[in-house]
Design a protein around this ligand. Sequence first.
Ligand SMILES: NC(=O)c1ccc[n+]([C@@H]2O[C@H](COP(=O)([O-])OP(=O)(O)OC[C@H]3O[C@@H](n4cnc5c(N)ncnc54)[C@H](O)[C@@H]3O)[C@@H](O)[C@H]2O)c1
Length: 259
Amino acid sequence: MINDLDGVRAVVTGGARGIGAEMAKGLAAAGARVLVADLNEEAARAMAAAIGGETIACRVDVRERSSVRAMIETAAARFGGVDAVFNNAGIAQVRPFLDITEEDWRTVMDVNGLGVLIGMQEAIRQMKRQGTGGSIVNTASIAGKQGYEPLAHYSASKFAVVALTQAAARAFGKDAIRVNAICPGVVATDMWKLIDQGFRDNGLSSSENEAFDGFAAGAVLGRASRPDDMAGVACFLAGKGSAFMTGQTLLVDGGMVFD
Ligand SMILES: NC(=O)c1ccc[n+]([C@@H]2O[C@H](COP(=O)([O-])OP(=O)(O)OC[C@H]3O[C@@H](n4cnc5c(N)ncnc54)[C@H](O)[C@@H]3O)[C@@H](O)[C@H]2O)c1
């Protein structure tokens, strides 16, 4: 079985809900042992319990190196090592271009940019210590491929994720560490509820789901994405089926952006 993840030791940040939770479920269903890590520890623990089996949980703040290091150490101690790390935690913010403040920029870049850098560094250090190689998967976005006006700083942070993915792939191929990214499109999660609200708050849409439906209409497969649409690709990137792939950004968006 090319996607059989038996024996794979995985970590998913932002795993308590949304896309991360569905990635964690998919990985566990394919046989991986999974650490669900999230800023919301209670929700992470509830998600791990719901997934069951050997799934464990911990709190992490991806902006803080000591917290990320402790997360990797938790997985390594419990599972005997780490093979696949999903840097998935992220935040979004809607701001008209001219209204983006320095504080907005730092808030978004801290989680989406710096958080992914730290997550990659600590995962790669662990994989190099093990000498086993591994797979790192970062959650970017269609906004990491195109700039979207009321999400300009969010888009910049996701372009940063793509750059970090490519740079690390070049740096650590010799260590058999693969680094790829998933670019979701418009996914029905709490994040999009917040984005939809942001459009209304800024007078960019007038009714609930107008922005969501408007963006989702761009998918040639004819529907918005569900978080579980990301699970199969997550398993593929963690497993042997993608063994010769690195530095790639996979658009999993129902056909919104063609690369
Ligand atoms: N929903 C979409 O349409 C969409 C599209 C493209 C990309 N993405 C990306 O997918 C990822 C997941 O998005 P989602 O829609 O599931 O979001 P979500 O808001 O539903 O879930 C995000 C999770 O990340 C956690 N988190 C936030 N800040 C954190 C931090 N500092 N440290 C640790 N955990 C933190 C939250 O507690 C939450 O559980 C994000 O990186 C997002 O940018 C989402």
